[in-house]
Ligand binder design. Structure first.
Ligand code: LLP
Length: 420
C-alpha cells in the first residue's frame, strides 16, 4: 500500500526518498499490492457470473504489471488491446488469445489481419470496419461496438458516447450491422460499448447500460450467437481531496442485478464483461521527481522539477489534478503556495493547473534538492509518456513489501538520438 508514516511517504515498506536515492529521479514507482487488491475488489464486488474483466492495457502496459494482473485475476482477467503492440504485450504476459479482445478505432486491414493471425477476437468500431472484416474473415466470430448516445467522463476528450464521439456504430444504425454480418456469415458473439473514462457515479454507467441492453433486446432475433455483452471501462478513482471513490459494492450490486434481470428476459445466461484500466492501476503509481529550481514572478512561486508533461501529460492534456507531496515532509506547519512546473520548454508544462492555467498548490515549503511525489500516476502516466524535447523516458520500479524490482530501465541517450 502507499502510505505516510512519520510524515514520510512509503511505497509498500520502502521510503520514497530511499527509492529516489537508489535509482535517481525521475522515476515511476508502483505498489504491487495496490494493483492486486484492486483486481480482487472488482472481481469480488461484481458478483454476477459468468464475468470477464478485460483490463484496458492502454492505462499501463508495463509487461511486469500485466503479469501481476494476469496472476491475480486468474481466469476472470483478460486484456482489452487497442493495437498490435498491445496484443503482442498481452500474449507475452501470458494471456491466451481467447482472453484478449482487439478494440481499436480507424483500424487498417493489416491490423485486423494481425489480430486474426494471433486468433484474437476483433471488436469492430464502425460499419466500414465490419464490412472489411467480413471480407477478410467470412464465417468467423466477431464483436461490434455501439455508440449508445450516452457519454460520461472527467473531460470532454475522454467522453466516448454521443454525437461528438467518433467511436462505435450509432445505436440507430445497428440494423445495418446485422445486414453486413448476415452477408458474410459472421457470428456476432459480443456487443460492446464504452461511454467514457473517469466515471465516479454509478448512475451514468447504469443509464448507458440500459440503452445497450434495450438495443440488444430489440434485436434478440439477430443475436442468436451472442455470448457476451461488454459494458466497457471508465470506473474512476479519486484524484482531488474532495472526491470520493466510487461505491464499488453499490456499483457491483447494481450492474449485476440489472444484467441478471436482462438475461432472464433474453432467455440465456450471457457473460458480462467490463473493461477497467484506470481503476486497476491508477492508485498504485507515483512519479518521483527532484526540485532543481525555485523562482518567483510577481504572480507565482515556481518550483521546477526534473520531469514534465513528456512523462505525465494528464495535467497539460485535460487540466487534471494530481496530488503532490514532498516525500520526507508530507505535512508541515510551514507551507507556501507554489506552481510545480516541469522541464519541458512550454509554458503549459505545469503540474498544478486546470484546463485554463496555473492553480497554485499549498505545499510544505520546498527547497532545491527536495524529492516530490506526484500521486495517482499509475494510469495514463508512463503509457502516455513521450520523448518530446529529445528527453529520455524515466525508469519504472515495482515494489512488493520490501522487495523492489526494476521493471523498465530509464532510457539512455541512444534511445532518443537516432543513430547514436
Ligand atoms: N475500453 C475502451 C474501449 C477504452 O477506450 C478505454 C479507455 C477503456 C476501456 C478504459 O477506460 P478506463 O477504465 O481506464 O477509464 N488518457 C485519458 C484516458 C483515456 C481513456 C481512453 N480509453 C486519461 O488520462 O484520463
Amino acid at each position: 500500500m502507499i502510505s505516510v508514516k512519520s510524515n514520510r511517504l512509503f511505497i509498500g515498506e520502502v521510503a520514497a526518498s530511499d527509492l529516489a536515492g537508489k535509482f535517481g529521479t525521475p522515476l515511476y514507482v508502483y505498489d504491487e499490492e495496490t494493483i492486486r487488491s484492486k483486481v480482487r475488489a472488482l472481481v469480488q464486488q461484481v458478483a454476477y457470473r459468468p464475468l470477464k474483466v478485460y483490463y484496458a492495457a492502454k492505462a499501463n502496459t508495463n509487461l511486469s504489471i500485466l503479469k501481476v494482473i494476469r496472476d491475480e485475476g486468474k481466469d476472470f482477467l483478460g486484456i482489452d488491446a487497442v493495437s498490435p503492440g498491445e496484443i503482442v504485450l498481452a500474449l507475452k504476459a501470458g494471456f491466451r488469445p481467447e482472453q484478449i479482445m482487439f478494440t481499436s478505432t480507424s483500424v487498417t486491414d493489416e491490423e485486423m489481419k494481425f489480430a486474426m493471425g494471433k486468433r484474437v477476437l476483433v471488436n469492430c468500431d464502425s460499419l466500414s470496419q465490419l464490412e472489411r472484416y467480413g471480407k477478410l474473415n467470412p464465417n468467423s466470430s466477431v464483436c461490434f461496438r455501439i455508440n449508445p448516445d450516452v457519454g460520461a467522463g472527467h473531460h470532454s476528450h475522454v467522453i466516448t458516447g454521443g454525437p461528438e464521439s467518433k467511436f462505435g456504430i450509432w445505436a440507430g444504425d445497428v440494423g445495418k450491422a446485422f445486414d453486413i454480418a448476415a452477408k458474410y456469415g459472421l457470428k456476432i458473439v459480443g456487443v460492446h460499448q464504452h461511454i467514457g473514462s473517469g466515471i465516479l457515479e454509478t448512475d451514468k454507467f447504469l443509464a448507458a447500460m440500459k440503452v445497450l441492453l434495450s438495443v440488444i433486446n430489440k434485436h434478440k432475433g439477430e443475436l442468436k450467437d451472442l455470448e457476451f455483452v461488454d459494458l466497457g471501462g471508465g470506473i474512476g478513482v479519486p484524484y482531488r481531496p474532495d472526491q470520493k471513490p466510487i461505491d464499488l459494492a453499490g456499483f457491483g450490486a447494481a450492474v449485476s442485478s440489472l444484467f441478471a434481470k436482462f438475461c432472464s428476459g433474453f432467455g440465456r445466461q450471457l457473460t458480462m464483461a467490463l473493461e477497467p484500466g484506470r481503476f486497476i492501476v491508477a492508485e498504485s503509481g507515483v512519479l518521483l521527481c527532484t526540485v532543481n529550481t525555485v523562482k518567483q514572478t510577481p504572480k507565482h512561486r515556481f518550483v521546477g522539477v526534473d520531469t514534465g508533461f513528456h512523462h505525465l501529460i494528464r495535467p497539460m492534456a485535460y487540466g487534471s489534478y494530481h496530488p503532490i507531496v514532498v516525500v520526507d515532509r508530507c505535512t508541515s506547519e510551514k507551507t507556501e503556495k507554489v506552481a510545480v512546473c516541469g522541464n519541458v520548454c512550454e509554458s503549459g508544462d505545469v503540474f498544478t493547473r486546470d484546463e485554463h492555467g496555473i492553480v497554485d498548490r499549498e505545499l510544505p515549503s520546498v527547497k532545491e534538492g527536495d524529492v516530490l511525489a506526484i500521486l495517482v500516476a499509475g494510469a495514463y502516466g508512463f503509457s502516455m509518456a513521450s520523448n518530446y524535447n529529445t528527453r529520455q523516458r524515466p525508469g519504472e520500479v515495482l515494489v512488493n513489501g520490501r522487495d523492489v524490482r526494476v521493471i523498465r530501465k530509464k532510457e539512455s541517450l541512444s534511445h532518443v538520438v537516432y543513430g547514436m
